[in-house]
Design a protein around this ligand. Structure first.
Ligand SMILES: [Zn+2]
Length: 132
């Protein structure tokens, strides 16, 4: 399982109690899952994703942690391989977020299992976050 805690340029973590921050985390979970699957040459449904509130020792707020995990029982070791691909993953993620649609579409975020978290997705906010 991979857990990511991302920060804004002002050094603050994504806040799980802030609606926009939570949307950024969910949207990045979707595209980073896709990016990791591409890096590993596997189907993206081999990996699951979610966002959960967590606390960190150096931080008072509820941090929105991005979680990517192996779907198959026992784990395929896919999510643990992520750190070797971080640079590539974030570059690909930015590519997926760059779309001409106004919300979400099948060319960017809409997929079989992402339609269950559509209300959490905000492509523009996530793209701005990565650019910052
Ligand atoms: Zn789109």
């Amino acid at each position: 399982m991979l857990e990511l805690y991302l920060k804004h340029p002002n050094d603050e973590y994504l806040n799980h109690n802030n609606e926009t921050d939570k949307q950024i985390a969910w949207t990045l979970a979707v595209v980073l899952r896709q990016a990791l699957a591409d890096c590993l040459g596997i189907a993206c449904d081999e990996l699951g994703f979610t966002v959960k509130p967590t606390t960190l020792p150096d931080c008072s707020l509820s941090v929105a942690a991005i979680v990517i995990y192996d779907v198959c029982s026992g784990g395929g070791g896919f999510s643990c391989a992520a750190p070797s691909f971080f640079i590539d993953m974030f570059a690909k993620a930015q590519g997926y977020l760059h779309c001409s649609c106004t919300g979400v579409c099948q060319n960017c975020l809409l997929g079989f299992d992402t339609r269950f978290c559509l209300q959490h997705l905000n492509r523009q906010a996530a793209e701005q976050f990565l650019q910052s």
